[in-house]
Design a protein around this ligand. Structure first.
Ligand SMILES: [Zn+2]
Length: 424
């Protein structure tokens, strides 16, 4: 937490927005007041929090370090929802998101939002996007947006409020068709998931785009570079998740970490095993507390993401907390690292549109990689050579590669990962 918000310092549009929202109150004082309010609200309204926080007197939360004595909440608490975390009646809820847990058969996580909770997200999208968008810009949205309250829908509303024109293209199931749409619409800015945006860019290399916002998944350096080369654009990244209310933080044009919306999210990094707070610069698990959420507030929610608070001040001068890129997942083992290595290697090849990977354990474990390339390209042997050059695949893994030159997007909405095939 920053001690004081420097009176005159509005280094980027996020600063200007947050400074205005604080209305002269120091950020830390605002955060503590909102934390006290959130804990009191949760205890009063939710059976889950009444039990979890039974021993917590919210009036003592103003003491230094008191936050760190609050218990954590986890994804399992959300999945069980017994007793429920929800703090309002169902009739006060305007949007529900169900998140299936990939790789397990457990119950899904369900997140509930009131209209006010969604207004907060729109407000963040409006001001977060203004880091890379100007009033009058045309902005293509490649996130799903058909459903009211979906990420594409809220982003479109936020953009309209800032005076930009949203073009809701939706998820690019057919990248060539989305590329043709973008050629007609000539957007200044494109927002979407990393692989989805790259797939469209591979299909429209003559398009010129000023800025791109990538969100919802790991961004390989090779993907970022390819995108910047194809469209001549500046690439910005956003970090957030449904549990955060979609929005979290965005990097500025210094590209030196995500500036978090700290007046609405209290962000910590803790040691995964002991839960002890980590010093800036040290890697640990990202934990956050929602400070304004009414439907389903999350208190010290463990994200499972590994990152660190970047020490020092951003070159842009903003006093906001900066989170580094996500370095992996707690308990992710080698899966995350291998996926990142595959991303890095495959997206450096100009013909690769997308890929998916599955791992079959056994005496000789096999990694099967399906690759789609632009029509008329994709030499399987060359791609296999690219893969065998990856150190993590060099030994003990049988590699099987399928290449289809149909330019299709294999990736679906959400985080990409290596699936594990236990059949056989
Ligand atoms: Zn900055």
């Amino acid at each position: 937490m920053n001690a004081r918000w420097p009176e005159a310092l509005v280094a980027n549009p996020l600063d200007a927005w947050i400074s205005a929202r604080l209305g002269g109150v120091a950020l830390i004082d605002h955060q503590i007041a909102m934390l006290v309010e959130t804990v009191a609200w949760a205890k009063q309204r939710s059976p889950f929090y009444r039990r979890l926080l039974a021993d917590v007197d919210e009036r003592t939360l103003t003491a230094p370090g008191a936050l760190h004595r609050l218990p954590f909440t986890t994804a399992d608490d959300l999945r069980r929802s017994d007793p429920p975390l929800l703090c309002v009646s169902q009739s006060d809820i305007s949007h529900v998101v169900t998140l299936e847990t990939s790789g397990t058969s457990g119950p899904p996580k369900r997140l509930f939002f009131t209209p006010e909770d969604q207004e907060t997200t729109i407000d963040f999208f409006r001001h977060g996007m203004s880091v890379l968008t100007r009033p009058g810009d045309r902005v293509a949205i490649l996130f799903p947006g058909e459903r009211p309250g979906s990420v594409g829908d809220l982003l479109a509303t936020g953009l309209q409020l800032m005076g930009a024109t949203p073009i809701l293209a939706g998820w690019p199931h057919d990248p060539a068709a989305t590329a043709a749409l973008l050629q007609r619409e000539r957007p200044d800015v494109v927002a979407g998931a990393p692989v989805a945006v790259l797939a469209v860019a591979r299909n429209s290399p003559s398009l010129r785009v000023r800025s791109v916002l990538l969100s919802s998944d790991h961004v390989a350096a090779s993907l970022r570079t390819s995108l910047a080369d194809l469209w001549g654009c500046e690439v910005f990244e956003h970090y957030g998740m449904t549990e955060m209310g979609l929005g979290g933080g965005v990097d500025c044009d210094a590209h030196a970490g995500y500036h978090m919306r700290e007046h609405e999210l209290l962000v910590e990094v803790v040691a995964p095993d002991s839960g002890v707070p980590m010093a800036p610069g040290e890697f640990g698990e990202v934990v956050f507390t929602t400070l304004t959420r009414r439907g389903l507030p999350l208190i010290r929610y463990r994200t499972g993401d590994i990152s660190r608070v970047l020490p020092g001040t951003c070159p842009c001068g903003s006093p906001l907390l900066r989170l580094d890129r996500i370095a992996g997942r707690i308990g992710g083992g080698n899966g995350g690292r291998t996926m990142a290595a595959l991303d890095e290697a495959l997206f450096s090849r100009p013909e690769v549109v997308d890929f998916s990977a599955s791992y079959r354990p056994g005496m000789t474990p096999t990694l099967h990689v399906d690759i789609t390339t632009l029509p008329g390209s994709g030499d399987p042997e060359a791609l296999r050579t690219t893969l065998t050059a990856i150190p993590v695949l060099a030994q003990g893994v049988n590699l099987s590669v399928d290449v289809v030159a149909d330019g299709r997007l294999l990736t679906r909405v959400g985080k990409r990962r290596i699936t594990v095939d236990n059949t056989a």
